[in-house]
Design a protein around this ligand. Structure first.
Ligand code: LIP
Length: 269
């Protein structure tokens, strides 16, 4: 079904409402964080992951009936997206493992894309009540204050956020990347939420982010927020199935960071 093009502000309004609703549902029901649906390979899937996605989806489809939903918790075949159709990308709880432990670094991420381009995105971190937003033609904001990346210009003076592959069998290459990062930057940190990591880079509190294996729903909204805050993002590899190797930086250290990772990539093979 082809659709009329909608203003990015209108889409952002819905993304914000959906991210807030999904995030609040998880926060308000945190006493039920031990209701596990499945566990695998150092990973956990909660009933609240599924419920929060349903809550966010209801908000989106009430405002925009007929739009396509792609979420971390989506089951079954994903509908093909027709030209001109909007696709909403939801991560109901990015940082589920943190959430299960009561560690505050988790958030709800909602992005909307059209013709392959993310046009609006909202990330809500309920514990700290922080709302990060951007549109493709507007500024990046945190609770309505403009975001700007750092001016750190060397790897040696950079704070770098990264993550470790969930599947234990795939950890060797990730550790080779970690080793390279550790030996070249001021300090690496692992927080456990890619969406928040990218927002920290957008906010200038960190200078780069990298994960060797991350999903579209983790980075869709946050990637746009970082770009609109003056940073740069890049998919370094596409594994299919919405999984990729991805970096986001303040722009100034982008090429140096990428060169470092490409060198580590050779070591890890
Ligand atoms: C996490 C991702 C997060 C990433 C972490 C970890 P969880 O999984 O969602 O974005 O940075 O490395 O993989 O805790 O949400 O299952």
């Amino acid at each position: 079904m082809s659709m009329m093009s909608l203003p990015s502000d209108e889409l952002l309004h819905t993304a914000i409402a959906a991210a807030r609703a999904g995030g609040r549902h998880a926060l308000n029901n945190r006493a039920r964080r031990s209701e596990v649906l499945s566990t695998a390979d150092n990973d956990v899937k909660l009933r609240l992951d599924v419920e929060s996605q349903e809550v966010a989806t209801r908000v989106i489809l009430t405002a925009h009936p007929g739009h396509v939903i792609l979420g971390e918790e989506s089951t079954g075949p994903v509908e093909p997206v027709a030209p001109g159709q909007y696709e909403w990308i939801i991560d109901p709880i990015d940082g589920t493992v943190n959430f299960t432990h009561g560690f505050p670094a988790w958030c709800t991420s909602v992005a909307v894309r059209s013709a392959g381009t993310v046009v609006a995105g909202a990330i809500y971190a309920p514990v700290t009540d922080e709302l990060y937003t951007a549109t493709v033609d507007g500024p990046a904001l945190m609770n309505n204050e403009p975001l700007r990346v750092s001016t750190v210009a060397t790897l040696r003076t950079s704070l770098v956020l990264t993550g470790i592959e969930k599947a234990t069998a795939d950890r060797q290459p990730t550790l080779a990347y970690f080793q390279a990062i550790l030996s070249s930057v001021q300090r690496p940190r692992i927080v456990g939420s890619a969406a928040l990591d990218l927002c920290h880079v957008a906010r200038g509190r960190a200078d780069a982010y990298f994960e060797s294996s991350i999903y579209l729903w983790d980075i869709a909204a946050a990637g746009l927020i970082l770009e609109r805050a003056g940073g740069k993002t890049e998919k370094l590899a596409d594994y299919g199935g919405n999984r990729m190797r991805y970096i986001g930086t303040n722009g100034l250290i982008h090429e140096a960071f990428k060169t470092l990772l490409l060198g580590a990539d050779k070591i890890s093979r």
